[in-house]
Design a protein around this ligand. Structure first.
Ligand code: NAP
Length: 305
């Protein structure tokens, strides 16, 4: 039976480690760590993500606020808002929820968040720190995956790791973090030739593609550790029948949809030695790591480390 890497369990561990650190900032600085979230417009998915982030911050005693400019905001107006937050001493972390409306120059906005308050780890300065192995905030989802692997004592050093996906948010930082842990890393993308053959070389296979159940049995070396980053909602019953074990179809009929990752769940459970389920694997870790980054920023900014 493969080991199921339980993201909810690791999230709870990380959160319980955060609580005393929040207390310590409060005791030393006379204020808790502070997180400002900028949520532009009314994208329902973004609203759900932001609510989960601020709810978790609230549970941990982190001061949090959500600023909600209208979708019609200009790049200059949003820059002014980010600069204002950057100048507020009690704000340790600034998170600009993506995606931004089309008229906004996303790169200019992300550059405007000072590297010390960049709790998403997206600023080029922090990407450079990651690439050169210097301390700094790391992109939350890949950092959470490393936490998960370490807490399950999955060896990384010397292993062959294949990351499918090269986004700035997941694929690239994931590859750098695995390299930092001394894995031998291959990065794949949509132009990679014979993707299944490359993936079959992996001791650790990370799928961050955004295509439902694209990674099937022929991609997975028997005994590999499989990390499925994808979150895709299936609403078509025929697709659900193709992807899931028949025992899951009752769930589909009840809800009208099911979540699936980028890896076929039946193949992953059959062939891997350990894997992250969807939901309940990688997903829960992202917010926990955001909290950790916010607390670390507060600790740095208040002279605790
Ligand atoms: P993204 O920016 O769309 O990047 C997708 C990557 O996959 C790209 O590098 C793309 O290659 C590659 N790709 C697409 N089709 C491919 C194919 N047929 N063969 C090989 N590579 C292919 O997506 P992302 O933001 O990295 O997110 C990836 C997935 O992770 C999504 O399902 C997203 O919802 C999920 N996600 C989950 C969390 C979490 O907390 N669990 C957080 C973030 C993202 P090119 O570069 O060549 O186009």
């Amino acid at each position: 039976m493969p080991l199921i890497l339980d993201g909810n369990r690791v999230r709870d561990e990380i959160k319980s480690e955060c609580r005393p650190r929040v207390e310590r900032v409060l005791a030393n600085a006379g204020r808790p760590p502070g997180l400002s979230v900028v949520l532009v417009g009314d994208n329902p998915a973004s609203q759900v993500y932001v609510r989960s982030k601020t709810k978790t911050a609230g549970e941990l005693g982190i001061y949090n606020e959500t600023i909600t400019p209208p979708a019609s905001i200009t790049t200059d107006e949003l820059l002014a808002l980010v600069n204002e937050l950057d100048n507020r001493p009690e704000v340790d972390g600034i998170l600009v929820q993506l995606p931004l409306p089309k008229q906004i120059d996303e790169q200019r906005i992300l550059l405007a968040v000072s590297p010390d308050k960049d709790v998403d780890g997206f600023h080029p300065c922090n990407v450079g720190r990651l690439a050169t192995g210097r301390p700094g905030p790391r992109s939350c989802t890949p950092a959470g995956i490393i936490e998960l692997l370490k807490r399950y004592e999955i060896p990384i050093a010397g292993k062959q790791a294949v990351v499918v996906g090269r986004s700035d948010i997941v694929g690239k930082p994931m590859s750098f973090l695995l390299l930092q842990e001394n894995a031998t890393v291959t990065i794949c993308h949509s132009k990679t030739r014979d993707l299944p053959a490359v993936c079959r070389t992996a001791d650790i296979l990370v799928a961050a593609i955004g295509r439902p159940a694209m990674v099937t049995a022929d991609f997975i070396r028997p005994g590999a550790v499989v990390v499925d980053v994808g979150i895709n909602r299936i609403t078509d019953r025929a697709e659900a029948e193709r992807i899931f074990d028949p025992s899951r179809l009752a769930d589909f009929d009840k809800r009208g949809s099911l979540l699936v990752g980028d890896v076929n769940p039946v193949d992953m459970a059959r062939i891997s030695s350990a894997y992250t389920p969807v939901p309940g694997g990688v997903g829960p870790l992202t917010i926990a790591m955001l909290m950790k980054n916010t607390i670390e920023s507060a600790e740095r900014r208040t002279g605790l480390c």
